[in-house]
Design a protein. Structure first.
Length: 349
């Protein structure tokens, strides 16, 4: 199992710290540094900056939002970032959610599975540098009856194949991810509930005659909070969990809330969402079960974190991406170093 680092969103007042965190992860031998985007900083610009400030660590989009870019623009960006970074780019994709897709990008959030499949198909064609011809439900290239003609990508990426990941939560999306991607980007992943995600992924791999053990990267992001006080570590993540379970998406369509339900937290999921949508943010955070956070995070001292890392490895995780808790550079760097120490202690390094 390898380690990754997720910087989250840029532009939240910790930009200098994010640079230092990425450089420390590079020095410590972390495998990949991911950057996110929603409706603030874009991931492509951040990743080009991080790539220029580091030497060995891969840089990855977690995620590029599918409604934000045409598939050919994403292929161009991936090829450019791979070239600029010397072959260190990983392409992570996701459909985002209905509020962002329709409220920010003006793109209807319908048939996300079919849109993702077609999007990936076009990217694969473009990255192969063949002349691009495509006829689908969402894109037709070239447009018929006009001056357009089949064009091929002019940029030569360093690698012939850039790893492509998909962020997926629901069972159908997970199955499709196993079928069409090189890796999976997960969130709120618990080793004790691994089958909820891995069984659909495994079914998707089987459709193309492959298994999860044949080069497929299982890459969940987990928060790491270092300290002897377990309760304090868990409590520090309550607002984050409440935001996703209660406030990401609408009442009718919140993928994270649905995941919490599948994990057995139906009553808590209802309460969190009800309070969050009523703007009782403190109440929503308090309603997040201690066990849910503890099961999907790394909390405690080095020994406890090492035990949990072993559980993630036993569940089949191949890249464990850490999101360091804390508001200071010292706290986040300490978390990075503890991650490496815990890996070594667990015999996984």
């Amino acid at each position: 199992m390898r380690l990754g680092i997720n910087l989250g969103y840029w532009g939240l007042g910790m930009d200098a710290d994010n640079t230092a965190v990425a450089q420390e992860a590079d020095r410590l031998g972390y495998s990949v540094c991911w950057a996110a985007e929603a409706y603030g900083s874009d991931a492509a610009t951040v990743l080009s900056y991080v790539a220029a400030k580091t030497e060995r660590i891969d840089v990855g989009s977690a995620i590029f939002q599918i409604p934000a870019r045409t598939p050919t623009m994403t292929a161009m960006t991936a090829a450019t970032l791979d070239t600029l970074s010397g072959g260190r780019f990983r392409l992570g994709l996701g459909v985002s959610g209905p509020q962002v897709s329709e409220g920010w990008y003006g793109v209807k959030f319908d048939k996300p599975l079919a849109r993702t499949r077609e999007y990936v198909e076009i990217i694969r064609k473009a990255m192969s540098r063949e002349r691009l011809v495509h006829e689908g439900a969402n894109w037709t290239l070239p447009l018929p009856g006009g001056p357009g003609k089949p064009i091929k990508l002019t940029v030569h990426p360093v690698r012939e194949h850039i790893p492509l990941y998909i962020a997926a939560i629901g069972p159908k999306n997970l199955e499709q991810t196993g079928e069409i991607a090189d890796g999976w980007l997960g969130i709120f992943f618990s080793p004790e509930h691994a089958a909820l995600s891995l069984d659909p992924l495994r079914a998707g791999r089987a459709k193309v005659g492959q298994t999860l053990d044949e080069g497929f990267d299982l890459c969940p992001t987990v928060t790491i909070a270092v300290g002897d006080d377990i309760k304090a570590g868990v409590d520090s993540q309550r607002s984050y969990a409440a935001l996703y379970i209660g406030g990401m998406g609408s009442k009718e369509k919140n993928f994270y809330n649905q995941l919490a339900r599948r994990m057995g937290y139906e009553q808590a999921a209802d309460e969190i969402q009800e309070k969050y949508l009523a703007r009782d943010y403190e109440g929503a955070a308090a309603a997040v079960p201690h066990d849910l956070i503890d099961a999907t995070s790394l909390v405690g001292d080095t020994a406890r974190i090492a035990d949990r890392m072993q559980a993630y490895a036993d569940a089949g995780v191949t890249t464990l991406t850490l999101a360091p808790a804390g508001f200071t550079l010292e706290e986040r760097v300490r978390a990075l170093r503890t991650g490496v120490e815990a890996m070594e202690r667990a015999g996984l390094a």
